[in-house]
Design a protein around this ligand. Structure first.
Ligand code: TXA
Ligand code: MG
Length: 314
Protein backbone atom coordinates (compact mmCIF):
# COMPACT_ATOMS: atom_id res chain seq x y z
CA UNK A 1 0.00 0.00 0.00
CA UNK A 2 1.33 3.44 -0.91
CA UNK A 3 0.65 6.40 1.34
CA UNK A 4 1.66 10.03 1.05
CA UNK A 5 4.59 10.53 3.45
CA UNK A 6 4.37 13.99 5.08
CA UNK A 7 7.55 15.86 6.02
CA UNK A 8 6.80 17.55 9.36
CA UNK A 9 8.91 20.29 10.89
CA UNK A 10 10.03 20.31 14.50
CA UNK A 11 7.57 22.99 15.65
CA UNK A 12 4.35 22.89 17.72
CA UNK A 13 2.20 22.06 14.67
CA UNK A 14 4.60 19.31 13.61
CA UNK A 15 4.66 17.71 17.09
CA UNK A 16 0.86 17.90 17.38
CA UNK A 17 0.36 16.29 13.96
CA UNK A 18 2.98 13.59 14.65
CA UNK A 19 1.36 12.74 18.01
CA UNK A 20 -2.07 12.60 16.38
CA UNK A 21 -0.78 10.20 13.73
CA UNK A 22 0.77 7.97 16.41
CA UNK A 23 -2.52 7.93 18.34
CA UNK A 24 -4.24 6.82 15.15
CA UNK A 25 -1.89 3.83 14.84
CA UNK A 26 0.16 5.41 12.02
CA UNK A 27 3.95 5.39 11.74
CA UNK A 28 6.10 8.47 12.21
CA UNK A 29 9.88 8.51 11.73
CA UNK A 30 11.63 10.83 14.17
CA UNK A 31 15.20 11.83 15.02
CA UNK A 32 17.03 10.56 18.08
CA UNK A 33 20.63 11.43 19.01
CA UNK A 34 21.72 8.05 17.58
CA UNK A 35 19.76 7.45 14.33
CA UNK A 36 16.23 8.17 13.09
CA UNK A 37 13.64 5.80 14.58
CA UNK A 38 10.50 4.45 12.91
CA UNK A 39 7.96 5.10 15.65
CA UNK A 40 4.62 3.47 16.36
CA UNK A 41 2.38 3.27 19.45
CA UNK A 42 3.95 0.41 21.46
CA UNK A 43 0.57 -0.53 22.95
CA UNK A 44 -1.14 -0.89 19.55
CA UNK A 45 -0.65 -4.29 17.86
CA UNK A 46 -1.62 -2.92 14.45
CA UNK A 47 0.86 -0.06 14.68
CA UNK A 48 3.66 -2.41 15.73
CA UNK A 49 2.81 -4.86 12.96
CA UNK A 50 2.97 -1.95 10.51
CA UNK A 51 6.53 -1.21 11.65
CA UNK A 52 7.66 -4.70 10.61
CA UNK A 53 5.72 -4.42 7.37
CA UNK A 54 7.16 -1.01 6.44
CA UNK A 55 10.73 -2.14 7.13
CA UNK A 56 10.24 -5.48 5.42
CA UNK A 57 11.68 -7.20 8.47
CA UNK A 58 11.97 -10.90 7.67
CA UNK A 59 10.80 -11.87 11.13
CA UNK A 60 9.67 -10.31 14.36
CA UNK A 61 12.78 -8.96 16.07
CA UNK A 62 11.98 -7.33 19.37
CA UNK A 63 11.88 -3.52 19.35
CA UNK A 64 13.14 -0.83 21.70
CA UNK A 65 10.48 1.17 23.58
CA UNK A 66 11.19 4.90 23.88
CA UNK A 67 9.77 7.02 26.70
CA UNK A 68 10.41 10.57 27.85
CA UNK A 69 11.06 9.97 31.56
CA UNK A 70 12.99 7.48 33.70
CA UNK A 71 10.03 7.24 36.09
CA UNK A 72 7.81 5.94 33.28
CA UNK A 73 10.31 3.17 32.47
CA UNK A 74 9.83 1.76 35.97
CA UNK A 75 6.15 1.12 35.16
CA UNK A 76 7.18 -1.26 32.39
CA UNK A 77 10.16 -3.22 33.76
CA UNK A 78 11.48 -4.75 36.97
CA UNK A 79 13.92 -2.13 38.19
CA UNK A 80 17.25 -3.03 39.81
CA UNK A 81 20.25 -1.37 41.42
CA UNK A 82 22.32 -1.72 38.24
CA UNK A 83 19.46 -0.22 36.22
CA UNK A 84 19.30 2.75 38.60
CA UNK A 85 23.07 3.29 38.37
CA UNK A 86 23.09 3.24 34.57
CA UNK A 87 19.89 5.24 34.15
CA UNK A 88 21.07 8.01 36.44
CA UNK A 89 24.50 8.10 34.79
CA UNK A 90 23.45 7.93 31.12
CA UNK A 91 19.75 8.75 30.61
CA UNK A 92 18.63 10.60 28.65
CA UNK A 93 21.21 9.29 26.18
CA UNK A 94 22.39 6.61 23.72
CA UNK A 95 21.91 3.62 26.06
CA UNK A 96 19.24 0.91 25.89
CA UNK A 97 18.60 -1.36 28.88
CA UNK A 98 17.03 -4.82 28.59
CA UNK A 99 15.16 -5.70 31.79
CA UNK A 100 12.48 -8.21 32.83
CA UNK A 101 9.09 -6.94 31.64
CA UNK A 102 6.36 -6.42 34.25
CA UNK A 103 2.96 -8.03 33.79
CA UNK A 104 0.03 -5.90 32.62
CA UNK A 105 2.03 -3.12 30.95
CA UNK A 106 -0.22 -2.94 27.91
CA UNK A 107 2.88 -3.16 25.65
CA UNK A 108 2.09 -5.19 22.52
CA UNK A 109 3.52 -8.72 22.54
CA UNK A 110 4.91 -7.99 19.08
CA UNK A 111 7.28 -5.43 20.63
CA UNK A 112 9.04 -8.07 22.75
CA UNK A 113 8.60 -10.84 20.15
CA UNK A 114 7.30 -12.93 23.03
CA UNK A 115 10.45 -12.53 25.18
CA UNK A 116 10.06 -12.05 28.95
CA UNK A 117 12.26 -8.94 28.72
CA UNK A 118 11.81 -5.44 27.33
CA UNK A 119 14.37 -3.08 25.77
CA UNK A 120 13.84 0.51 26.96
CA UNK A 121 15.51 3.82 26.31
CA UNK A 122 15.08 7.51 27.19
CA UNK A 123 16.50 9.45 24.24
CA UNK A 124 18.26 12.80 24.64
CA UNK A 125 17.44 14.40 21.28
CA UNK A 126 15.14 17.39 22.03
CA UNK A 127 12.87 16.67 19.02
CA UNK A 128 12.41 13.06 20.17
CA UNK A 129 11.64 14.29 23.67
CA UNK A 130 9.05 16.82 22.47
CA UNK A 131 7.36 14.16 20.37
CA UNK A 132 7.28 11.64 23.25
CA UNK A 133 5.83 14.33 25.52
CA UNK A 134 3.17 15.30 22.97
CA UNK A 135 2.21 11.65 22.42
CA UNK A 136 2.32 10.80 26.12
CA UNK A 137 2.86 7.05 25.74
CA UNK A 138 5.54 4.46 24.90
CA UNK A 139 6.83 4.54 21.32
CA UNK A 140 8.30 1.38 19.77
CA UNK A 141 10.99 2.32 17.26
CA UNK A 142 13.60 0.41 15.30
CA UNK A 143 15.96 2.35 13.08
CA UNK A 144 13.95 3.93 10.23
CA UNK A 145 15.53 2.02 7.33
CA UNK A 146 14.33 -0.87 5.19
CA UNK A 147 15.48 -4.10 6.88
CA UNK A 148 19.15 -4.90 6.28
CA UNK A 149 20.03 -1.46 4.87
CA UNK A 150 22.09 1.40 6.30
CA UNK A 151 20.54 3.24 9.25
CA UNK A 152 19.32 6.81 8.55
CA UNK A 153 20.88 9.85 10.19
CA UNK A 154 18.89 12.50 8.27
CA UNK A 155 15.23 12.93 7.28
CA UNK A 156 16.34 12.64 3.64
CA UNK A 157 17.80 9.16 4.32
CA UNK A 158 14.47 8.11 5.83
CA UNK A 159 12.54 9.42 2.82
CA UNK A 160 14.91 7.66 0.41
CA UNK A 161 14.20 4.32 2.11
CA UNK A 162 10.62 4.51 3.36
CA UNK A 163 8.69 7.23 1.47
CA UNK A 164 5.27 5.89 0.49
CA UNK A 165 5.33 3.33 3.30
CA UNK A 166 4.95 5.53 6.40
CA UNK A 167 2.67 8.42 7.35
CA UNK A 168 5.30 11.03 8.21
CA UNK A 169 8.89 11.99 8.91
CA UNK A 170 9.55 14.53 11.63
CA UNK A 171 12.61 16.49 10.47
CA UNK A 172 15.08 17.26 13.25
CA UNK A 173 18.23 17.62 11.16
CA UNK A 174 21.23 15.31 11.36
CA UNK A 175 21.73 12.95 14.31
CA UNK A 176 24.63 13.89 16.63
CA UNK A 177 25.91 10.46 17.62
CA UNK A 178 25.33 8.63 14.34
CA UNK A 179 25.38 4.99 15.49
CA UNK A 180 22.64 3.13 17.34
CA UNK A 181 22.42 2.96 21.12
CA UNK A 182 24.59 0.67 23.19
CA UNK A 183 22.41 -2.21 24.46
CA UNK A 184 23.11 -3.62 27.92
CA UNK A 185 21.21 -6.67 29.14
CA UNK A 186 20.43 -6.66 32.87
CA UNK A 187 18.19 -9.70 33.13
CA UNK A 188 21.12 -11.65 34.67
CA UNK A 189 24.61 -10.21 35.13
CA UNK A 190 25.33 -7.16 32.94
CA UNK A 191 25.96 -8.16 29.30
CA UNK A 192 26.93 -6.02 26.32
CA UNK A 193 24.30 -7.06 23.76
CA UNK A 194 25.32 -4.46 21.16
CA UNK A 195 28.18 -1.96 21.15
CA UNK A 196 26.85 1.48 20.26
CA UNK A 197 26.87 5.22 20.81
CA UNK A 198 27.87 5.02 24.48
CA UNK A 199 31.35 3.46 24.86
CA UNK A 200 31.26 0.12 26.74
CA UNK A 201 34.15 1.40 28.87
CA UNK A 202 31.90 4.16 30.28
CA UNK A 203 29.22 1.61 31.22
CA UNK A 204 31.80 -0.60 32.94
CA UNK A 205 33.19 2.35 34.87
CA UNK A 206 29.74 3.34 36.15
CA UNK A 207 28.90 -0.25 37.14
CA UNK A 208 32.32 -0.90 38.66
CA UNK A 209 32.43 -4.26 36.87
CA UNK A 210 33.20 -5.71 33.48
CA UNK A 211 30.37 -6.38 31.04
CA UNK A 212 30.06 -9.95 29.84
CA UNK A 213 30.39 -10.10 26.06
CA UNK A 214 28.17 -12.17 23.93
CA UNK A 215 30.50 -15.00 22.91
CA UNK A 216 30.88 -16.43 19.42
CA UNK A 217 28.59 -19.37 18.81
CA UNK A 218 26.23 -18.52 21.66
CA UNK A 219 22.58 -18.04 20.81
CA UNK A 220 21.94 -14.48 19.65
CA UNK A 221 20.16 -12.67 22.47
CA UNK A 222 19.78 -9.35 20.61
CA UNK A 223 18.07 -11.08 17.70
CA UNK A 224 18.54 -8.10 15.40
CA UNK A 225 22.25 -8.75 15.46
CA UNK A 226 22.21 -10.78 12.26
CA UNK A 227 25.58 -11.09 10.54
CA UNK A 228 24.69 -9.26 7.33
CA UNK A 229 23.07 -6.02 8.34
CA UNK A 230 23.48 -2.32 7.71
CA UNK A 231 24.36 -3.32 4.17
CA UNK A 232 24.82 -0.83 1.34
CA UNK A 233 24.06 -2.04 -2.19
CA UNK A 234 27.75 -2.31 -3.11
CA UNK A 235 30.32 -4.67 -1.59
CA UNK A 236 32.40 -3.43 1.33
CA UNK A 237 36.10 -4.25 1.95
CA UNK A 238 37.52 -3.53 5.42
CA UNK A 239 41.00 -2.72 6.76
CA UNK A 240 41.92 -1.22 3.40
CA UNK A 241 45.27 0.59 3.38
CA UNK A 242 44.57 2.03 -0.08
CA UNK A 243 41.98 2.23 -2.84
CA UNK A 244 42.12 -0.53 -5.49
CA UNK A 245 41.14 0.37 -9.08
CA UNK A 246 37.37 0.89 -9.38
CA UNK A 247 36.82 1.27 -5.63
CA UNK A 248 35.84 4.30 -3.59
CA UNK A 249 37.66 4.70 -0.27
CA UNK A 250 35.99 5.64 3.00
CA UNK A 251 38.95 6.98 4.93
CA UNK A 252 39.84 7.51 8.58
CA UNK A 253 42.74 9.71 9.68
CA UNK A 254 45.31 11.14 7.34
CA UNK A 255 44.63 9.26 4.14
CA UNK A 256 43.81 10.17 0.56
CA UNK A 257 40.21 9.06 0.09
CA UNK A 258 36.79 9.87 -1.39
CA UNK A 259 35.16 10.69 1.95
CA UNK A 260 36.83 10.83 5.34
CA UNK A 261 35.08 9.71 8.54
CA UNK A 262 37.45 11.96 10.47
CA UNK A 263 40.64 13.41 9.02
CA UNK A 264 41.88 14.14 12.55
CA UNK A 265 41.23 10.54 13.67
CA UNK A 266 38.41 11.50 16.08
CA UNK A 267 36.15 8.47 16.73
CA UNK A 268 33.17 10.57 17.86
CA UNK A 269 33.25 12.55 14.63
CA UNK A 270 33.69 9.27 12.70
CA UNK A 271 30.58 7.72 14.30
CA UNK A 272 28.52 10.79 13.49
CA UNK A 273 29.61 10.61 9.82
CA UNK A 274 29.48 6.83 9.37
CA UNK A 275 26.02 6.18 7.93
CA UNK A 276 25.79 9.45 5.96
CA UNK A 277 29.16 8.72 4.28
CA UNK A 278 28.14 5.11 3.55
CA UNK A 279 24.88 6.36 2.01
CA UNK A 280 26.78 8.87 -0.14
CA UNK A 281 29.44 6.37 -1.33
CA UNK A 282 26.75 3.76 -2.00
CA UNK A 283 25.23 6.18 -4.48
CA UNK A 284 28.38 5.96 -6.63
CA UNK A 285 27.50 2.28 -7.24
CA UNK A 286 31.19 1.33 -6.79
CA UNK A 287 32.64 -1.17 -4.28
CA UNK A 288 33.53 0.57 -1.01
CA UNK A 289 36.92 0.12 0.69
CA UNK A 290 37.26 1.31 4.29
CA UNK A 291 40.39 2.38 6.21
CA UNK A 292 41.25 0.52 9.44
CA UNK A 293 39.43 1.95 12.49
CA UNK A 294 40.87 1.47 16.01
CA UNK A 295 38.91 -1.01 18.17
CA UNK A 296 38.36 1.23 21.20
CA UNK A 297 35.63 3.57 22.49
CA UNK A 298 33.16 4.37 19.70
CA UNK A 299 35.51 2.52 17.31
CA UNK A 300 33.95 -0.72 18.55
CA UNK A 301 30.46 0.33 17.47
CA UNK A 302 31.81 1.62 14.14
CA UNK A 303 33.70 -1.63 13.44
CA UNK A 304 30.66 -3.69 14.47
CA UNK A 305 28.49 -1.85 11.90
CA UNK A 306 31.23 -2.04 9.23
CA UNK A 307 31.73 -5.80 9.72
CA UNK A 308 27.99 -6.30 9.23
CA UNK A 309 28.04 -4.10 6.13
CA UNK A 310 30.88 -6.25 4.74
CA UNK A 311 29.40 -9.65 5.68
CA UNK A 312 28.36 -12.02 2.87
CA UNK A 313 24.74 -11.44 1.82
CA UNK A 314 21.97 -14.01 1.70
O1 TXA B 1 19.71 3.88 18.75
C1 TXA B 1 18.86 2.99 18.70
O2 TXA B 1 18.83 2.05 19.49
C2 TXA B 1 17.80 3.11 17.58
C3 TXA B 1 16.96 4.34 17.89
C4 TXA B 1 15.84 4.52 16.93
O3 TXA B 1 16.51 4.29 19.21
N1 TXA B 1 17.00 1.93 17.51
C5 TXA B 1 17.47 0.74 17.05
O4 TXA B 1 16.52 -0.26 16.99
O5 TXA B 1 18.63 0.56 16.73
P1 TXA B 1 16.72 -1.60 16.17
O6 TXA B 1 15.38 -2.25 16.16
O7 TXA B 1 17.35 -1.34 14.86
O8 TXA B 1 17.65 -2.46 17.08
C6 TXA B 1 17.17 -2.93 18.33
C7 TXA B 1 18.00 -4.08 18.83
C8 TXA B 1 17.81 -5.34 18.00
O9 TXA B 1 19.08 -5.94 17.79
C9 TXA B 1 16.94 -6.20 18.90
O10 TXA B 1 17.11 -7.57 18.66
C10 TXA B 1 17.41 -5.79 20.28
O11 TXA B 1 17.57 -4.40 20.16
N2 TXA B 1 16.39 -6.04 21.31
C11 TXA B 1 15.19 -5.47 21.43
N3 TXA B 1 14.51 -6.00 22.48
C12 TXA B 1 15.31 -6.92 23.03
C13 TXA B 1 15.19 -7.80 24.14
N4 TXA B 1 14.09 -7.86 24.88
N5 TXA B 1 16.23 -8.61 24.42
C14 TXA B 1 17.36 -8.56 23.68
N6 TXA B 1 17.53 -7.75 22.61
C15 TXA B 1 16.53 -6.94 22.29
MG1 MG C 1 18.41 -1.25 12.90
Amino acid sequence: MTVETALLSADPDGYARAAELLRGGELVAFPTETVYGLGGDATNDMAVARIFEAKGRPRFNPLIVHVDRIETVRDYVEWSHAAEVLASAFWPGPLTLVLPIRPGTGISGLVTAGLPSLAVRVPANPVARELLKAFGGPVAAPSANPSGRISPTTAAHVEAGLAGRIAAVLDGGACDVGVESTIVGLTDGPVLLRPGGLPAEAVEQALGEALARQGEGEPVTAPGQLASHYAPGATVRLEAERREPGEVLLGFGRVECDLNLSASGDLTEAAANLFAHLHALDETGKPIAVSPIPERGLGRAINDRLRRAAAPRD
